[in-house]
Design a protein around this ligand. Structure first.
Ligand code: PXG
Ligand code: PLP
Length: 440
């Protein structure tokens, strides 16, 4: 093993069972294309394309080259009251990919920072327009909006919230999640049943008065919780309700942007425009951390009203628009265009759906869900040991099948490369099935 016991002990790993992992560490030392390289000399297939991040594969030569060049040209540049060429270039490129009403982007370093930034922009937008009483925020059960205080508060993943219950933001409500096994079991694509679940928003408007609500945030396809595609008509209903009450609609597209569901932004695939879009992950193909918050013109303009010499938004990060991240972003977006990545992703959907739903009749499986190149196979939990089966599949795949996969408890998650080989999708499922067949 390449990592010493002391080094292993020194690192507090994120979202990991540290003690269990450190008993038999799974250490990755390199990556190329669709494979990771392990410290015991194996090549293992990455069935999750990073963590939803690396759609066109690891160490993409064009992105590597751009990053190497940038870091040797301009390693860092202050971003407050100053700017550098690369970040303006990236902003223009992202906006050009977006639906028409989107005109400006603010840069952050992650999805979590993007969400907290978006919530702050929403609150400050209403205040700038003389509606500072609009302070209430609405999220959704099972939504994942990162781990900072704002995103955790509007998020709906109970394990992420429970240790912080009394410190969550006040004035936040949640709509119901859209998972309902009785009506929607092993559905392919968007469920036909469930648009009425968006009526929860109308109820919250009746309760609080819609005029007190600043923003509603949803992940258009909930990812982290185990892929919950929106019921047909659900997002449209949210849009209508927000319009009726003057509420901003935020789509958290940290996963769904940049081709994961076959278009630059999920908003385009669904034909529903939110007011604000958050993004991260695919913005740089995961190569350098970076996130962004894109807004419609009306939002940007609401801030551009005071004296021209005054800072309009007292918000920003030391590394907002970092030059090396921006260079990675420009190179990633160029590669997506040159390689036809979004179209390729779309063309792989049918095969992906087919091989994913080959689990429909597996005795351990209780639900299978997919949309775009997002999928989940959810196993029944072992009585008294939720998550145990999922972790067993994860470990056996790594050690015995040379396959890295992502499990959230007992749900196996799929985020295949946007440029996957169809045979590799089939191979992934076969390996997982072999392991699942051997489980009690
Ligand atoms: N919003 C959404 C919709 C996300 O999916 C975040 C915000 C937070 O992004 P950062 O960059 O702060 O992690 C995310 C991130 C999983 C998984 O296994 C999902 C995420 C992160 C890690 C793992 O599904 N989503
Ligand atoms: N904490 C301290 C003491 C700082 O000086 C700063 C930034 O200057 C921060 C936190 C915020 O760091 P960042 O801008 O990287 O989010």
């Amino acid at each position: 093993m390449t990592v010493s016991a002391a080094a292993l002990e020194a690192y507090w790993m994120p979202f990991t069972a540290n003690r269990d992992y450190k008993k038999k560490p799974r250490v990755i030392v390199g990556a190329k294309g669709h494979y990771y390289h392990t410290d015991d000399g194996r090549k293992v297939y990455d069935s999750f394309s990073g963590l939803w991040t690396s759609g066109i594969g690891h160490c993409h030569p064009k992105i590597v080259e751009a990053v190497q060049k940038q870091v040797a040209t301009l390693d860092y540049s202050l971003g407050f009251q100053a700017g550098h060429d690369r970040v303006f270039e990236l902003a223009e490129k992202v906006v050009a990919l977006a639906p028409e009403p989107f005109t400006q982007i603010f840069f952050t370093n992650s999805g979590s920072e993007s969400v907290d930034t978006a919530l702050k922009i929403a609150l400050a937008y209403h205040r700038a327009r003389g509606e500072g009483h609009r302070t209430r925020l609405i999220g959704r059960e099972r939504g994942y909006h990162g781990v900072n205080f704002g995103g955790m508060s509007v998020g709906g993943m109970s394990p992420n919230r429970k240790a912080f219950g009394s410190s969550l933001l006040p004035g936040v409500d949640h709509m119901r999640h859209t998972w309902d096994l009785e009506h929607n079991c092993k559905v392919r694509g968007l469920p036909a049943w469930g648009a009425h679940l968006a009526d929860d928003l109308e109820r919250l408007c009746a309760l609080h008065d819609g005029g007190n609500i600043a923003a509603v945030i949803v992940d258009p396809v909930a990812g982290s919780t185990g892929v919950l595609p929106p019921p047909v008509g659900y997002l449209e209903k949210l849009r209508e309700t927000c319009d009726r009450h003057g509420i901003l609609l935020i789509f958290d597209e940290v996963i769904t942007a940049f081709g994961r569901i076959g278009t630059a932004f999920g908003a385009q695939r669904f034909g529903v425009n939110p007011d604000i879009i958050t993004m991260a992950k695919g913005l740089t193909n995961g190569v350098i951390p970076m996130g962004g918050v894109m807004v419609q013109e009306k939002i940007y303009q609401a801030f551009m009203q005071g004296p021209e010499s005054a800072v309009e938004l007292f918000h920003g990060y030391t590394y907002s628009g970092h030059p090396v991240a921006a260079a990675a972003g420009v190179a990633a977006l160029n590669a997506y265009e040159e390689e036809g990545t979004f179209e390729q992703s779309r063309s792989l959907e049918a095969h992906f759906e087919e091989v994913l739903h080959s689990f429909d009749n597996h005795p351990l499986v209780k639900d299978v869900r997919n949309f775009g190149l997002m999928g989940s196979v959810e196993m029944e939990s072992r009585p008294g040991a939720p998550g145990a089966r999922g972790m067993e599949v994860h470990k056996k795949c790594f050690w015995e099948e040379d396959l890295v996969l992502r499990n959230g408890m007992d749900a196996i998650q799929f985020s295949p490369f946007l440029n996957s080989k169809p045979d590799d999708m089939t191979m992934t499922m076969e390996k997982i099935r072999k392991v699942m067949d051997g489980l009690d």
